[in-house]
Design a protein around this ligand. Structure first.
Ligand SMILES: [Ca+2]
Ligand SMILES: [Ca+2]
Ligand SMILES: [Ca+2]
Length: 207
């Protein structure tokens, strides 16, 4: 009985240790609305915003429907600021689902509107620009990926660099537990349950 109990706890501990990295994975949700720019329409270019570091030409934040309506709140970002730029942040190893909302910039040609997602500089997912209509046309973009080590996650404007480009709003990163982690956790709890059942039996037998 004593051996089973030790085994059970060891398996449970191992499962929790393995679950650690998944639980420690980076998660965030940014909607670009943390700054209140008042009520007048406008835009500003920032070196960093809501945990994102701007590329060489910063991050343009547009507000109050200056050139299209936001998906959430009053603000969103454009990454063709005064020229093609980017925003990036470091994320920990893990399995992820990246979710964001993309819109073509109204009145702008498809070749000028694209935005691509990069992992350590490698293109991983792209919102191909469409021809912008008379208003924003927000579309949900979902991309699942795994990274084995700390990685730079980047959004970058692509295509014609002309100060006019696609829009991004409500970006979130969710962690997904690895299948092996779930298997180990289930095995660990199973062992613990087996040990407890045996301990209960022994109490009945020898009470
Ligand atoms: Ca927003
Ligand atoms: Ca711009
Ligand atoms: Ca452009």
């Amino acid at each position: 009985m004593r051996i089973m109990k030790v085994l059970g706890l060891t398996a449970a501990s191992a499962a929790l240790a393995l679950a650690g990295p998944a639980l420690a994975a980076t998660t965030f949700s940014t909607n670009f609305d943390s700054t209140d720019f008042g009520t007048a329409p406008g835009f500003t270019t920032l070196t960093s915003y809501e945990g994102w570091n701007g590329g060489p030409n910063g991050i343009e934040v547009q507000y109050n429907n200056v050139a299209g309506r936001a998906f959430s709140g009053n603000n969103f970002v454009e990454l063709d600021t005064n020229a093609n730029s980017s925003m990036s942040r470091i994320i920990d190893a893990g399995s992820y689902v990246l979710n964001y909302w993309y819109s073509d910039r109204p009145g702008v040609a498809a070749r000028s509107n694209g935005i691509t997602v990069l992992l350590d500089g490698d293109r991983a997912f792209t919102s191909t620009g469409g021809a912008g209509g008379s208003q924003t046309d927000w579309r949900q973009q979902t991309f699942a990926f795994n990274v084995a080590e700390r990685t730079r996650l980047t959004f970058r404007a692509i295509g014609t660099s002309d100060s006019l480009g696609g829009y991004i709003d409500s970006v979130s990163l969710s962690a997904v537990p690895e299948p092996t982690t779930w298997a180990m956790m289930i095995a660990g709890f199973g062992m613990m349950g087996f040990a407890l059942r045996n301990r209960a039996k022994s109490k009945v037998a020898y009470a």
